[in-house]
Design a protein around this ligand. Structure first.
Ligand SMILES: *[C@@H]1O[C@H](CO)[C@@H](O)[C@H](O)[C@H]1NC(C)=O
Ligand SMILES: *[C@@H]1O[C@H](CO)[C@@H](O)[C@H](O)[C@H]1NC(C)=O
Ligand SMILES: *[C@@H]1O[C@H](CO)[C@@H](O)[C@H](O)[C@H]1NC(C)=O
Ligand SMILES: *[C@@H]1O[C@H](CO)[C@@H](O)[C@H](O)[C@H]1NC(C)=O
Length: 730
């Protein structure tokens, strides 16, 4: 019975032409050297496992001290050969067994052992080294290389494969010091005609197994076959099985590593997101790790109240949160102090740095890290005043992700600006990666290894505790964000950005002018989302519900909720702070004709520099309502030359005589409260003998201008009444 099964297996194998001694794949050995279990090393072993080869892997040197020098900058790496030689000794007489050696921190396996072995056998070599386009470390040897008509010419020792006996003979052919260069060692053997023939050494010129990326980034493309990612070498039309981010190409490897080896696929999305994650139980707040929340306010920033509200709203036990508040903007002191007064003592501890302390940003960042250590934090969560965490679970989700550095993806709404860079130029500046737009638009969701994160991120305290990995915020004349990212890149500390879920957004401080009264109300262009949340009436969208019956207090006079109480109050403050109300006479130098037939006491939007914002408001929020109320009339954008706030009071101008407006339609927004802030007032439409007196703050009346809606402003008997008027499409 057993024999029959074996026979059938062999027969099937024979028919599909893949008969191979079964022991080949099992005997196949993969050696690598790693002295530290870095994130790059974890990525490597993950890829080996994903290709079913984890039992074939032998890791050399773990926990040992690296003596091979700084191979990024200088030659070195002889220690790799010495470790390999030692490990290979037991196989030195094995002429059948195939062994493969690769680096680990910057290597990813893409193909199965079977494919690798098949490819190797097709070379008809005893030993095959990977190849690259640079002759390193001794350029003068370039001319000694045999001619190649196609492919990369020079040997790279970051990956090679061969029969155990031959590989052993090579590594033991002479002694090498730990700090000597391993690539030079192998190169010399390869360039010796006699030895090359003796060991039958060949180079993988066309990346059939080994793809070295340095100098060859343009040769490769990330592609998908079915759901899975692979790389295609378009220069030589090959599909490499092992990719090596040598030299300057490691950031490209990091990007590819976001997809390769089943890290991410088209159907299931992010698979490596689930590696090493933990779950924090809602009902066990005592198990949550302690975080330091380090808030940095470095420049005047709009919507600070909302910023603090969102930090406060985070669903994370406050008994597990220390707070470090660094504010360097006197203008924001009030809001910071308000937050501290209201909520400060709910946190485990609180430390403040104020504008008066005269501490620069780098020092403040250092102090915050020291504070984290002093409080024995488990994580350091930095957040800039621009970062709004709309998702109340952000702290928790990022902790559960368990990465050294992880940022929530935050984007400026409607813009392509975010808190990460997908790629970087050689001189350290922004470059757009091919998947950048897909990530910020959430067409691809996942956890992305990227070369730059800023504004908001969680750093695990294990990194902070170690001098070699503690965050750095000063680096030449780079700004603190650039310095931080640059130092992490140099130390091979991965920075991840997550868009597995929505976390929040960035506000833009670019055109924020704190010299204005209520500067946030001016932010409709730069920060439309936040502006809308703060200033547009919460029932505004209800106007568009098809089931909604629009209120008409008088014939063809519509009444819509449009702005918040806050908007109304702030607009009045803007006007009163400006204070130059017109005198109510017919002479009006603000008008092109200099004459006003029906004068009011008012201030024009142009006078408080609010005209562009107001016209945009008309276009974005008023026009759609007009189209609902008066169907068939379509003017986009609406035009309006007269936009102003009117003030009625008994001792100034209490009322307005009957008149027509020179407009197609007029809007009239009540800015304060009838019966509370003033008495009397309202608007009477004479033709219908219909008055609206119980006006509601934040609600807008909309009525036709000429002909039908002859109207008057009713007398205010007490207090002050404010309304906002526009004559649209005069
Ligand atoms: C690597 O390990 C050594 C100790 O073996 C340690 O001193 C060093 O900080 C580690 N490097 C990193 C980047 O973790
Ligand atoms: C930091 O890392 C340690 C060890 O991996 C882990 O136990 C801890 O939960 C992490 N802390 C945070 C805040 O993520
Ligand atoms: C919005 O509408 C709901 C339901 O009619 C009402 O309860 C609520 O008070 C309205 N909001 C405001 C700000 O008027
Ligand atoms: C409108 O009313 C219908 C019937 O009452 C209801 O099924 C539908 O959900 C309502 N639509 C909205 C947007 O509320």
């Amino acid at each position: 019975m057993v024999h029959k099964v074996i026979f059938i297996v062999l027969l099937v194998g024979y028919i599909v032409g893949e008969v191979k001694p079964a022991e080949k794949q099992e005997d196949f050995l993969i050696f690598t050297v790693a002295t530290n279990e870095t994130e790059g090393f974890k990525r490597f072993t993950r890829s080996v496992r994903a290709n079913g080869l984890v039992d074939n892997l032998k890791v050399l040197g773990l926990g040992k001290t690296w003596k091979g020098g700084d191979v990024k900058k200088f030659a070195g790496g002889g220690q790799k050969i010495n470790l390999f030689k030692e490990a290979l000794e037991e196989y030195k007489d094995d002429t059948e067994r195939i062994v493969l050696f690769t680096d680990s921190y910057d290597v990813i396996f893409i193909g199965s052992g079977e494919l690798i072995i098949d490819k190797f056998l097709s070379f008809d070599a005893r030993v095959l080294f990977s190849a690259e386009g640079y002759c390193w470390p001794d350029k003068s040897l370039a001319s000694k290389y045999p001619e190649t008509n196609r492919g990369k010419r020079y040997l790279n020792s970051g990956g090679f494969i061969g029969y155990a006996s031959d590989v052993y003979a090579i590594v033991s052919s002479s002694d090498i010091k730990d700090q000597d260069d391993d690539q030079l060692f192998y190169t010399k053997i390869y360039l010796d005609d006699e030895l090359r023939k003796k060991y039958n050494i060949k180079l993988d010129h066309k990346a059939e197994i080994f793809q070295n990326l340095n100098g060859a980034v343009g040769d490769v493309e990330l592609r998908f076959k079915g759901n899975d990612a692979y790389i295609q070498n378009t220069a030589y039309n090959t599909v490499p099985l092992i990719v090596h981010g040598n030299g300057a190409s490691k950031l490209v490897l990091n990007s590819l590593g976001n997809y390769l080896a089943q890290a991410w696929n088209l159907e299931e999305g992010c698979l490596n997101c689930w590696d090493d994650t933990i779950e924090l139980q809602k009902d066990q707040p005592e198990t949550y790790p302690v975080l330091l929340i380090a808030v940095f306010i470095e420049k005047p920033t709009p919507f600070m109240e909302e910023f603090f509200e969102r930090i406060y709203a985070q669903a994370y036990p406050k008994s597990k949160l220390h707070l470090f508040l660094r504010n360097n903007v006197p203008y924001h002191e009030k809001i910071v102090e308000m937050f501290v007064k209201e909520h400060g003592d709910e946190y485990k501890s609180l430390k403040q740095i104020k504008p008066d302390d005269n501490i620069n940003e780098v020092t403040a960042k250092d102090l915050s890290i020291d504070y984290c250590l002093q409080k024995k934090c488990s994580g350091y969560f930095l957040i800039d005043s621009e970062a709004h965490l709309d998702n109340v679970h952000t702290f928790k989700l990022l902790v559960e992700q368990q990465r050294g550095i992880v940022a929530p993806l935050l984007v400026r709404p409607f813009k392509a600006w975010s808190n990460f860079w997908g790629a970087i130029t050689d001189d350290g500046f922004y470059a757009r990666s091919s998947d950048y737009m897909q990530i910020i638009n959430n067409d691809r969701r996942g956890l992305w290894n990227v070369p730059f994160v800023s504004n908001c991120y969680l750093i695990n305290a294990t990194l902070i505790n170690n001098k070699a990995t503690r965050p750095v915020y000063a680096f030449g004349d780079l700004d603190t964000d650039m310095a931080f990212a640059q130092a992490n890149r140099e130390r091979d500390i991965f920075m991840y950005v997550s868009n597995r879920l929505e976390f929040g957004h960035l506000v833009s401080p670019d055109n924020y002018d704190i010299k204005l009264t209520n500067p946030d109300i001016y932010q409709i262009f730069d920060n439309k989302l936040d502006w809308q949340r703060r200033y547009i009436h919460e029932n505004y969208t209800e106007n568009f519900n098809p089931n909604h019956t629009h209120i008409q207090p008088c014939p063809d006079v519509y009444w819509f909720p449009i702005v918040t109480d806050r908007f109304a109050e702030e607009l009045i403050q803007v006007m009163e702070a400006f204070g130059k109300w017109s005198d109510g006479t017919n002479t009006d130098p603000r008008l092109s004709g200099g004459y006003e037939n029906v004068p009011t006491r008012d201030i024009h939007m142009t006078q408080v520099n609010y005209e562009p914002q107001w016209l945009y408001f008309l276009k974005e929020y008023v026009r759609p309502l007009q189209e609902l109320a008066f169907t068939g009339y379509y003017h986009d954008p609406p035009r309006s030359l007269m936009n102003f706030v009117v003030r009625y009071r008994p001792d100034e101008q209490p009322s307005l005589k009957p008149h027509h407006d020179s407009s197609t339609y007029t809007i009239n927004i009540a800015l304060n409260r009838a019966g509370i802030d003033y008495e009397g007032g309202g608007c009477r439409f004479i033709r219908y003998d219909c008055s609206v007196t119980d006006t509601k703050r934040g609600w807008m009346l909309m009525h036709p201008g000429r002909l039908t809606h002859y109207h008057e402003g009713l007398r205010v008997t007490k207090g002050t009444r404010y309304i906002m008027i526009s004559f649209v499409d005069p």
